[in-house]
Write a protein that binds this ligand. Structure first.
Ligand SMILES: [Zn+2]
Length: 143
């Protein structure tokens, strides 16, 4: 694997769909990080043509559900002493809390600002989630 050994301890997010890497960086808030972050765009991938790769030289907490929502095709590799100790294949989460927002103005979550935003996966193919309260459907293809 390319350049992974450049990281002693941290996280490598690999096989990110080309163009989604920046969304993951924004989500993780690592654009302002003080530790080393390497962001590779449009690397060649045998599997998917082009991919983005993010290498983070730090142990940070990543929300796997949120990452899976951004890019279910990506993998998260945990690196310790230059070696991958754990590999996690992301997937679309079955249930998401406070990540997607319901757009229905009549939904209780639009009125009650403290109500948690709870959605359940109803269509994996089309990446559609349904609001727990009002049954509105949101697709997360563009998220
Ligand atoms: Zn709703």
């Amino acid at each position: 694997m390319v350049l992974v050994n450049s990281i002693a301890k941290g996280i490598v997010i690999d096989h990110v769909s080309a163009g989604r890497g920046i969304k993951i960086i924004n989500h993780l808030g690592i654009d302002k990080a003080e530790y080393t972050v390497a962001f590779i765009m449009n690397a060649s991938s045998n599997k998917y043509g082009k991919k983005d790769i993010i290498k983070i030289e730090n142990e940070i907490d990543v929300d796997l559900a949120a990452l899976g929502l951004i890019d279910p095709q990506a993998t998260v590799n945990i690196i310790e002493s230059h070696v991958i100790t754990r590999k996690i294949n992301l997937k679309l989460p079955e249930k998401v809390v406070n990540i997607i927002t319901c757009k229905n103005p009549r939904c209780v979550t639009s009125v009650e600002k403290n109500a948690p935003q709870i959605f359940r996966l109803v269509d994996k193919e089309n990446r559609e989630y349904q609001c727990e309260y009002c049954d509105d459907i949101v697709d997360v293809k563009g998220e």
